[in-house]
Design a protein around this ligand. Structure first.
Ligand code: ZN
Length: 285
């Protein structure tokens, strides 16, 4: 479940996913209704949901499995796990969209064999899911990496579009921030603006990657989402990270293969749903 679109598929790995339904994320009633009607016709063992957030992941809380307070007002406080469990009669695993993507990439994609990794998505918003020891990082809530403060590019006059913080990372480097600066979406920029957008997004995102290296010491950072598809962005981002780190720590093993695109592309979230479903599934004896 993403903030703008929701996908549902049936299978046991990204290779055998079938009956993939793609719908816009509209009201909770319509979106969850279409999802459960689609899935009801299959003989399922379990369901896994990787959802946009914030979400309540603490199992001892009454609100477990629901969406928290969000600018998408219709979704604030909406229960997701309970209604799906009730409608389909199977256990439901639940985590954030980005933790889900990190789990999917860890199992089948660019994070295979890597127990400590971060999945960063740059699109309508910016978010990050982290695995430590192969498990998603939770605590008070879940990481909200898109809302860190960043040093401003001196020539950048954009005020920032985050409804909460203005010029946080998401406010300056997300898809809507690109639109605010250039008057068009990342996909339809002309060549000159695209070059400028890549430079700015890498400048800001490089600071998140630096902070991740310093705070979480991941073995790999996977960067996905619509904005990450800007031609040249990943390469420019690698260069920015090295500048930001200024040689400390010296990272010979990071020179290649440290910042990578998703191995599963658009399927990372669905793959994460499969991992979450497996986590929830308890085979009957
Ligand atoms: Zn923010």
């Amino acid at each position: 479940m993403g903030g703008t679109k929701t996908l549902a598929g049936v299978g046991s790995s990204p290779d055998d996913l079938s009956d993939v339904l793609t719908i816009p994320t509209t009201t909770p009633e319509e979106t969850l209704g279409r999802l459960t009607r689609h899935l009801r016709s299959f003989d399922l063992d379990a369901v896994g949901i990787a959802s946009f957030g914030p979400v309540e992941l603490r199992r001892d809380r009454i609100g477990y499995g629901s969406i928290g307070v969000t600018p998408k007002r219709a979704w604030s406080g909406v229960a997701v796990v309970g209604p799906v469990e009730e409608a389909l009669g199977v256990p439901v695993g639940f985590d954030t969209d980005v933790n889900g993507a990190a789990l999917g990439e860890h199992r089948w994609g660019a994070g295979r064999g890597i127990e400590s990794l971060v999945y960063v998505t740059v699109g309508t918003g910016i978010g990050g899911g982290a695995l430590a020891g192969g498990r998603p990082v939770h605590g008070l809530g879940h990481p909200e990496m898109g809302h860190i403060s960043v040093r401003r590019d001196p020539g950048d006059t954009c005020l920032g579009v985050c409804p909460l913080h203005g010029d946080c990372l998401e406010g300056l480097a997300s898809g809507p921030a690109i639109e605010a600066r250039f008057g068009t979406t990342a996909e339809s920029l002309n060549d000159a603006d695209r070059g400028q957008a890549v430079r700015l997004v890498a400048f800001y995102l490089g600071q998140l990657l630096r902070d991740l290296v310093y705070t979480m010491a991941p073995e790999r950072i996977i960067v996905g989402g619509g904005v990450s598809l800007l031609p040249g962005l990943i390469g420019t981002l690698r260069e920015r990270l090295l500048i930001e780190l200024a040689g400390y720590p010296g990272l010979p093993e990071h020179a290649s293969g440290f910042v990578v695109p998703p191995g599963l592309g658009d399927l990372a979230g669905l793959a994460g749903g499969l991992v979450l479903a497996e986590t929830a599934f308890t085979p009957s004896a």
